[in-house]
Design a protein around this ligand. Structure first.
Ligand code: TPP
Ligand code: MG
Length: 401
């Protein structure tokens, strides 16, 4: 039995939403997903009290990093910041559902995913400060660089997944090597044509890919209701891709659904699609002002569904959390925020022509010409005595000649 459905119901019908933790923290039993959480084939219990405390700590840590990054942007240390406030359960759940060998393809708001994959938060800040061309080794951490081009995650993920099939690491039954891809994108991005095209390829080739949409209700100022006439979860069924709608503020439901979907993809059963219903509690980015397009009553309503609060209430019901643990998490979160603060003040400007160096593996005449042009451009500022941190542009140009 599976929670994933491949039939298209009446479009007027309400799509059910899987939930294991109610807003007050009460756990609802679920025949199939409880089995997934309990671990098939002798794996660890994903819902053990120790694991639950771990997810709580992860969410507290990533929220602190997020709030600190917002402050750093306000202090002029970052060009921009896209907050993931409110989406911690969707991201920590999905991140921990993946296995080490899986490949994840994130957007620009995936700070919980990054955390779960072992990417240090200051790597994210480097990108948002504009001093890094990616921030981490995608191959080593099996997580693609952040991508801002909406929907681009889908074709990248499907292409990678089709490559895995050709590498013979899908459906062999070896849990150490069988691999799947997790494509992450937003509700707004799901309207991009390349997501539909990716569904076609994924379905036709049975690609080992899971499409994971965080429906945070907004694409900047456009509500999801304008993006789709049917619940997003129903969209992929037209392609024959089984899908499910899950409460995105419920870390356990997300963990179980993504784990089940990735297991199926890895086993060679083809793609899955998950709509995680959540809420972007902050503005779209630090350049946005929510008061221009949404009522504060909506924000208050969702504050009650806060994913961190929900897991804490659940742990309290289980009597598996105490004040000392909560205080320790808060202390660690504070230390992380301070570390980010110090780290950013110590960041150095990169070599201004580094972007040309990394465009191609081999030298390329057009990129070389553009590099020359750029060196000429920044040399002008030196002539004016305007030190813009471009130490020795003229010297570099001399070296090139
Ligand atoms: C192809 C493309 N078109 C437009 C944009 C500008 N843009 C950046 S974020 C955004 C809204 C995205 O909304 P959603 O996909 O719901 O993700 P969220 O920001 O809510 O996480 C838009 C229109 C872009 N980055 N890429
Ligand atoms: Mg959105």
């Amino acid at each position: 039995m599976s929670v994933f459905r491949s039939t298209i119901p009446d479009v007027a019908a309400e799509e059910p939403m899987i939930q294991l933790l109610a807003a007050d923290g009460t756990r609802t039993p679920h025949a199939e997903l409880d089995e997934v959480l309990a671990g098939r084939g002798g794996e660890d219990d994903l819902a053990s009290p120790q694991r639950l405390r771990g997810y709580y700590r992860d969410m507290v840590m990533i929220r602190a990093a997020d709030l600190e990054a917002t402050s750093l942007q306000r202090q002029g240390q970052l060009g921009l910041w896209a907050s993931a406030l409110g989406q911690e359960a969707a991201q920590i759940g999905a991140g921990h559902a993946s296995r080490e060998q899986d490949y994840l393809v994130p957007t620009y708001r995936e700070h919980g995913i990054a955390w779960a994959r072992g990417i240090e938060p200051w790597r994210l800040l480097e990108s948002y400060r504009g001093v890094s061309h990616g921030g981490w080794d995608p191959n080593e951490l099996r997580t693609h660089p952040y991508m801002i081009v909406l929907g681009s995650q889908a074709p990248h993920a499907v292409g990678y997944a089709m490559g895995l099939q050709r590498d013979g690491v899908v459906g062999t039954g070896d849990p150490e090597t069988d691999t799947a891809v997790l494509a992450l994108f937003g509700d707004g991005a799901s309207s991009e044509g390349e997501v539909s095209e990716s569904f076609t390829f994924a379905a036709s080739f049975d690609a080992p890919v899971v499409f994971f949409t965080q429906n945070n209700q907004w694409a900047i100022s456009v509500p999801t209701s304008v993006q789709s006439r049917v619940p997003l979860a129903q969209r992929s069924r037209g392609w024959g891709i089984p899908s499910v709608r899950v409460d995105g503020n419920d870390v356990l439901a997300i963990l179980a659904a993504v784990r089940e979907a990735l297991d199926a993809a890895r086993a060679g059963e083809g793609p899955r699609f998950i709509e995680a219903v959540t809420y972007r509690m902050a503005a779209h980015t630090t350049s946005d002002d929510t008061s221009r397009y949404r009522p504060s009553s909506e924000e208050e309503e969702w504050a009650e569904k806060d994913p961190i609060l929900r897991l804490r209430r659940h742990l309290e019901q289980l009597e598996e959390i105490d004040e000392a643990f909560i205080a320790r998490c808060d202390e660690e979160a504070h230390d992380l925020a301070m570390a980010l603060h110090h780290h950013i003040h110590g960041m150095e400007d990169p070599d201004p022509v580094g972007m040309f160096t990394h465009a191609y593996a081999e030298p390329h005449p057009i990129v070389e010409a553009e590099r020359e042009q750029y060196l000429d451009y920044i040399a002008q500022f030196e002539d004016e005595g305007d030190d813009v941190g471009r130490d020795d542009a003229a010297e570099q140009k001399g070296e090139l000649a």
